[in-house]
Design a protein around this ligand. Structure first.
Ligand code: ADP
Ligand code: MG
Length: 692
């Protein structure tokens, strides 16, 4: 249960007076849905409303503040004209205030002739006169005009003035929260309290206050990182406390599989297997992350890991994020298993009725050795006879919670999490906490580099002409359409339009696949692409994860500048499956920023996923790297991993220390930390793994 002290912050944004459903909808475009979200929406700049000594020093196009006297009212003669009010400063210089579409009564009342007023707003020159349209402020006292005004990120229909008012109201609703950080630590770093910090970031007094390195912003970033690390540490602590089983098979099944492979394991594969087998053999439960670039050969590593458990008479399961991927695993794993007298089965959403019942009962009787599936494996009636090993593939699509659900199906089953997203070291910590991890840092020999080119979209006619030649020569290509920030509908429209245009050229050789399609339709299209009925596949990023069509050797990505580098890397990996020479075209639209250009250049220069990820982290924030929008991966509101990385290690150590002293967060500080976890919505960990 969420602590009552946080209720005001978790109230809907419509609980703030003046915010109705309409504004709420607009605000949700900024990620603002509840009161706390307003607090997390930090200003990025600062307006100065310095009082000018006279109208003569007015800065055109800028915000200015002046002391003036009202001299004349000029009501509009036609409806389209503004109501104008003439003012002068004490030296006789003049300025016109313009009001469009307003009731004159209020102007007449508030700006009587001869009255002195302070006005603040943007000044322009119109017909050789100074002019201010709809001043931001008209006050009798200068003190009522803020000297500095925070500037917030906006969206259509939401003004900076509204956000300033909102943040003031949200701050008013902020209860005084107990301190969850260690007092000594706060003193050492000169950190303000949480309440002081959040007030300070919304009232910057100078440009330094806006820097992510300011004391207030650093404190808040640290709070968020600590919540993240503490939640992960809680989960990990619970898993580690459960004793594992010593799993060390006789190696016979593994030997048979290895002997049957048409290739030799790379030394990178051998090394990670050594680490994994050692984990399995120890009496602690395994919780390990396996990172390996697309095509580095994780599947065989997963299979050998599972076989170790099967050799000991146990069952194993592997879970993929999509049905396509689960089926792909089945296609690789099942024949290999069959050859050595084992049974692997697929359990996904569409396995229903009798077929499903049979799998469920065979599983419970131990007749199935390896179960392959999607989240359909979580369902309650899926019961193993004795599950000892769980592999989670492409794990960033799953939450921590889901991950553990499956592991609970086993009697303290070992867990190996596999990801093809190369994650920089620092970010591993944010996503997985202090978890052991292995890297397959080498691709199988013989892979040729992908010929990567960066070109403007304006060359599209040349490109389709070249593609035509390739397609008639029997090659297969992907054409990936971009993501548009606002809506999936628009994404889809763009892909459909491209599909139509390409159909005009390639006829029925081209197919379309996108995320809105039914699973069955997707499978059908993939199947036709696999068997060569279609040669050109237009896609939104649904193909990003793991699809395996070794014959496809050309990847064209439209508006590549809109993708994260890690995403581009994944996409390019799709055409690196076979041994044929492959090419990748990154098409960019104008205007393109210099940062975007250098990012695309990195793609041209290297195929090392880890290097790409590190570079991307330098150029952009962490959310971008991991493609937060699609993955629901670590999403920080206040911490910026390109600046606050160093805090993460401290937070990780801090979290460990806290749990060593207060495993169930029961002390007064522990109680405050629970509030922190709820505040940053990491409460899954509390609810599931902590005593009340
Ligand atoms: P990923 O790490 O992307 O899951 P896969 O396990 O799908 O990669 O492997 C990609 C391809 O490389 C597969 O066709 C697989 O059979 C092959 N492969 C795996 N290991 C080796 C190896 N040591 N030598 C040559 N080919 C390999
Ligand atoms: Mg894979």
């Amino acid at each position: 249960m969420r602590p009552p002290i946080l209720f005001p912050l978790f109230a809907s944004i419509t609980s703030i007076s003046g915010i109705g459903d309409k504004s709420a909808k607009l605000l949700s475009n900024l990620g603002i849905n509840k009161v706390a979200d307003v607090l997390w929406h930090l200003p990025y700049s600062l307006l100065r409303r310095n009082l000018q000594p006279s109208l003569q020093t007015a800065q055109l196009g800028e915000i200015n503040t002046f002391a003036v006297t009202i001299t004349e009212h000029i009501p509009p003669r036609r409806k389209s004209q503004p109501y104008r009010v003439l003012c002068s400063d004490e030296y006789g210089n003049q300025i016109v205030l313009c009001f469009f579409k307003v009731y004159p009564n209020s102007i007449v009342k508030n700006l009587p002739i001869g009255a002195k007023r302070f006005i603040s707003g943007k000044v322009e020159n119109y017909n050789d006169m100074l002019q201010m349209n709809h001043p931001d402020y008209i006050c009798e006292h200068i003190n009522n005009i803020p000297q500095f005004e925070p500037v917030y990120g906006l969206t259509a229909g939401i003004t900076n003035k509204m956000l300033n008012r909102l943040s003031a109201q949200a701050l008013q609703q902020l209860p005084i929260l107990p301190e969850w950080q260690d007092n000594e630590f706060l003193k050492q770093h000169h950190f303000p309290s949480f309440n002081q910090a959040i007030n300070a970031v919304h009232h910057p007094q100078n440009f330094d206050d806006l820097l992510p390195t300011s004391d207030a912003r650093t404190r808040l970033a640290y709070d968020e990182l600590l919540a993240n690390q503490l939640a992960l540490a809680i989960v990990r602590q619970k898993i580690k406390k459960q004793k594992g089983r010593k799993i060390a098979g006789n190696g016979l099944l593994r030997r048979k599989i290895i002997d049957a492979l048409p290739f030799k394991l790379t030394s990178a594969q051998e090394n990670v297997l050594k680490e994994i087998f050692a984990d399995q053999a120890s009496e602690n439960r395994m919780l390990r992350l396996l990172q390996g670039d697309v095509g580095s050969g994780k599947t065989i590593v997963a299979l050998l890991t599972m076989l170790n458990a099967v050799e000991c008479g146990f069952q194993a399961a592997i879970m993929a994020p999509t049905e396509i991927l689960a089926k792909q695993h089945l296609e690789t794993i099942a024949p290999l298993c069959e050859n050595i007298g084992l049974r692997a089965e697929l359990l996904i959403g569409k396995v229903k009725g009798k077929a499903r019942t049979k799998i469920i009962s065979d599983l419970a009787e131990g007749k199935i050795d390896i179960l392959i599936g999607t989240h359909a494996l979580f369902v309650e009636d899926v019961i193993f006879k004795d599950l000892a090993c769980v592999i989670i593939d492409e794990q960033h699509r799953f939450g921590v919670h889901q991950r553990l659900n499956l592991s609970n199906k086993g009697n303290s089953a070992d867990i190996l999490v596999m990801t093809a997203t190369p994650i920089p070291r620092s970010l591993v910590l944010t996503a997985f906490g202090d978890m052991e991890y292995s890297k397959i840092d080498q691709l199988p020999a013989g892979r040729k580099p992908v010929d990567t080119r960066v070109m403007p979209l304006t060359k599209i006619d040349d490109i389709t002409a070249a593609l035509q030649k390739q397609i008639s020569a029997g090659r297969r290509a992907y054409w990936v359409c971009p993501l548009v920030e606002e809506s999936e509908k628009i994404d889809l429209a763009a892909a459909e339009k491209r599909f139509e245009l390409l159909q005009n050229i390639f006829g029925d050789k081209v197919g379309l696949i996108h995320g809105k399609m039914k699973e069955k339709q997707k499978d059908e299209i993939m199947e036709r692409f696999k068997n060569g009925e279609i040669n050109l596949l237009v896609a939104t990023t649904v193909i990003e994860v793991g699809v395996n069509v070794p014959e496809a050797t050309i990847m064209i990505i439209e508006h590549a500048e809109r993708f994260g580098l890690a995403q581009l890397h994944q996409l390019r990996g799709r055409v690196k499956r076979g041994n044929a020479a492959a090419s990748c075209l990154l098409l960019y639209g104008y205007p393109i920023s210099s940062t975007a250009r250098s990012r695309l250049q990195i793609m041209k220069e290297t195929e090392d996923g880890f290097l790409i990820a590190e570079e991307d982290l330098k150029l952009r924030g962490s959310g971008e790297i991991l493609g937060t929008r699609q993955s629901g991966f670590v999403n920080f509101r206040l911490a910026d991993m390109s600046v606050h990385q160093h805090l993460l290690i401290t937070a990780s150590q801090d979290a460990k220390l806290i749990l060593n002293q207060d495993a169930d967060l029961q002390t007064p500080r522990g109680q405050a930390l629970r509030i922190l976890l709820y505040l940053f919505e990491r409460d899954d960990a509390v609810k599931t793994y902590l005593a009340g």
